[in-house]
Design a protein around this ligand. Structure first.
Ligand code: UDP
Length: 404
């Protein structure tokens, strides 16, 4: 099939860990590569955010990236991109008039808008994946939410206009239904993980304490790193390594805030902010942990728990969003209440005191990832959705076993 992906701010070629570069970039890159392996022709459209970027690039994985000229050819925060989506949509429309794809898969609400604008006239079916929802962000971040005020209304419009909504977890489906969107055109296709890169065997970075907790993510308050630091006094003989943020942390306000919290609680000597870590170095770092903690206030999906599970490391996660699908409490890790450092401290201390339980969770985590979350598995499910479109029906991927 000819598949056009649209990922306006999240380029599959971007460096990860910065403010706007995280799970969506990984998702788009890995799904595109896995669909190419299944014999499809995949083009990813992303905004041209640098003068030097060529119009088209063919990646070593075999998919093409088109840098769409929409707005200035420079980095623009994603919350300021909405005014450029009409231009983005016009470009897509022109491209698709020349050669229409069989299916468009848009990622994030603004890509959905550009795709809906472009496909309206070309009548190409659209599969839309939100990755994150404005309603959820507003609920949790309140006045700190810098999304444009139109976001929630546009998200609803995109959900109405899209042919199929591909949610990434059951919790998201509940949110979509609460927005008034149709359950009968919504399927669940989770994010995946590179099970070759993230494996049980391989190098392990050295550590400086008897036990180690690793936590990974963009340095945002909602990722819950401060809650982890606040839990640390309850977890003796253990260091905490926080990965993510810009390469140089000295000027980063969130990094400074976290260090101040650690100092005020007397655990600064046990907290290490590692800054941005290259994707290829991430497995060795995850394997160095006795436990990987993913304790956001909310999380649309969360790829890091899958990466940890793929490395055979148990996960302590907050009981929110996609984490309630991926982490099985008492089997692959422990789920705890979000924003509750005491509950988190208890969960970490108990698990770290029982290494054989941690090992068992790690083995079960790897099994679970291999069975459900390899990108080949996720691409097979995605392809079922695309093929269903061509046949005019919806394939309930959350209920069906995958036919290869
Ligand atoms: N990541 C990385 N280097 C960093 C920080 C994060 O490679 O310094 C990767 C991480 O391994 C994961 C992704 O960025 O693959 C973050 O995805 P997740 O879904 O956990 O969070 P998001 O950023 O989408 O909120």
């Amino acid at each position: 099939m000819r598949i056009a992906m649209v990922s306006e701010h999240a380029s599959p070629l971007a460096v990860l860990g910065g403010a706007d570069a995280g799970g969506q970039n990984v998702h788009v890159a890995s799904l595109a590569a896995a669909l190419v392996r299944r014999g499809h022709d995949v083009v990813v459209h992303t905004r041209r955010d640098g003068e030097a970027l060529p119009g088209r690039v063919t990646t070593p994985d075999g998919y093409e990236v088109v840098h769409v000229p929409a707005g200035p050819p420079a980095e623009v925060p994603k919350d300021e991109l909405l005014p450029h989506m009409a231009e983005f949509g016009r470009f897509l429309h022109e491209q698709w008039q020349e050669k229409a794809p069989d299916v468009v898969h848009s990622h994030f609400w603004m890509s959905g808008l550009a795709s809906v604008l472009a496909a309206r006239r070309s009548r190409v079916p659209i599969v839309h994946t939100y990755h994150a929802l404005g309603t959820v962000k507003r609920r949790h971040q309140g006045a700190d939410d810098t999304s444009p005020p139109q976001r929630v209304a546009v998200e609803r419009l995109v959900g109405q206009e899209a042919t199929v909504i591909a949610a990434t977890c059951a919790d998201e489906v509940r949110e979509l239904v609460a927005m008034g969107l149709r359950r009968d055109k919504t399927v669940v296709v989770p994010c995946g993980v590179d099970t070759d890169l993230f494996g049980v065997a391989g190098p392990v970075v050295p550590r400086s304490a008897p036990r180690r907790i690793v936590s990974v993510g963009r340095l945002l308050p909602r990722k819950g790193f401060a809650d982890l630091i606040a839990a640390l006094p309850m977890v003796p003989d253990t260091e905490l390594v926080i990965v993510g943020g810009p390469p140089d942390l000295t000027a980063d306000p969130e990094a400074r805030r976290l260090l101040a919290v650690a100092q005020s609680l007397g655990v600064a000597d046990r907290v290490q902010l590692a800054g941005q870590v290259a994707r290829t170095d991430m497995p060795a770092l995850l394997r160095s942990a006795d436990v990987v903690a993913c304790v956001p206030w909310y999380e649309p999906f969360g790829i890091v728990p899958l990466e940890a599970m793929a490395c055979g490391v148990p996960v302590v996660a907050s009981e929110v969003g996609g984490l309630t699908d991926t982490v099985v409490d008492g089997v692959t890790g422990v789920l705890t209440a979000p924003r509750d450092p005491r509950a988190l401290g208890r969960a970490l201390r108990t698990l770290l005191a029982d290494p054989s339980r941690g090992t068992a969770y790690g083995i079960a985590g790897r099994d679970r990832v291999e069975a459900m979350y390899s990108w080949d598995e996720v691409a097979a499910r995605t392809e079922l959705v695309y093929r269903g479109l061509a046949a005019g029906r919806l394939v309930p991927t959350d209920r069906l076993a995958v036919a290869r």
